[in-house]
Write a protein that binds this ligand. Structure first.
Ligand SMILES: Nc1ncnc2c1ncn2[C@@H]1O[C@H](COP(=O)(O)OP(=O)(O)O)[C@@H](O)[C@H]1O
Ligand SMILES: [Mg+2]
Length: 275
């Protein structure tokens, strides 16, 4: 890995926490991404949208380290991480959530956050606790305070002592966000967090993400099929179509962009969002 300047993707504007430059990914003869540039500044909530097959999941993979591009670079907090693993990126400050929540069903909501906090803050003690069966006991005051404040931020305090097994999907998604935040990341990548949620749950999640960006020193990249959600929540949106960025800008511009409307022709989400 080499240290480089964390410039925004277009070389101007505020320094990026995470950026991709000229990223191309091919699967055999299919070009899934072609020369994609994207940049997420500090403290920003950035959206990535596009119709099915546009390349969103592929770009998510390139940014999080699951996939290595054929061409181009990924930069995280000034470090070129193009070839770095997911684990290295996590250590540098990148967290992610999964489309299917990957939670431990018998652990409580609070225990999930405590574990994530300990993985980040004192890895050595975590393993000692596991081997001495002292796991999840003996909290220190900083840990208790941080976990309590995250439970409150995400409105999870009332279910803090429930096992995640009994939670509805919308609440499980919030647990995943809380777990990501407990690792003190600089950026969290969210993979279609609204998938499978009803309107009420989506609104609750949107509120929690809005509060997170306002109150935490963190950037969020929201990869979403739900265009209405992204338009209402983010400050900057990238639109992918057939592996290329066809538009980039604030929600008001994206809403009016004829190319974006054409890409989503017949898609109810944008029809609702644009009306
Ligand atoms: N592992 C893979 N092997 C072959 N083709 C793939 C693979 N992953 C994705 N693709 C193809 O790449 C394109 C982009 O897919 P994807 O990134 O999943 O789009 P989106 O998430 O926007 O729906 C699609 O045409 C998809 O069929
Ligand atoms: Mg996808």
């Amino acid at each position: 890995m080499t240290i480089t300047e964390p410039l925004a993707a277009n070389g101007t504007g505020p320094p990026a926490v995470l950026s991709a430059h000229g990223v191309t990914v091919r699967f055999g003869g299919l070009t899934a991404l072609s020369e994609v540039d994207i940049s997420i500044p500090a403290g920003a909530l950035v959206g990535l949208v596009g119709p099915n097959g546009a390349g969103k999941t592929t770009l998510f993979g390139v940014m999080s380290g699951l996939l290595h591009p054929n061409k181009g670079h990924v930069n995280l907090l000034g470090t070129d991480v193009t070839k770095a693993t997911c684990e290295t990126r996590a250590r540098l400050g990148l967290a992610r959530t999964f489309q299917q929540p990957e939670l431990f069903l018998d652990l409580t909501v609070r225990e999930h956050l405590v574990l994530a906090y300990r993985v980040r803050h004192y890895r050595s003690r975590l393993w000692k606790d596991v081997f001495t069966a002292g796991c999840l006991k003996r909290p220190d005051p900083a840990e208790t305070e941080r976990v309590d404040s995250l439970l409150e931020l995400l409105s999870l305090d009332e279910v803090a002592h429930q096992p995640v097994r009994v939670l509805p999907l919308g609440t499980s998604r919030l647990v995943e966000v809380g777990r990501a935040l407990a690792t003190a990341p600089a950026i969290v990548l969210l993979d279609e967090p609204s998938a499978g949620l009803d309107r009420h749950e989506t609104e609750r999640l949107s509120g929690a993400l809005r509060r997170t960006v306002m109150e935490e020193k963190v950037s969020l990249l929201l990869v979403e099929h739900d265009v209405a959600m992204v338009l209402s929540l983010t400050s900057e949106i990238y639109v992918l179509d057939f592996g290329s960025v066809i538009a980039q800008g604030p929600p008001a511009e994206i809403r009016e962009n004829p190319e974006v409307r054409a890409a989503y022709l017949g898609d109810e989400d944008i029809a609702i969002a644009a009306s």
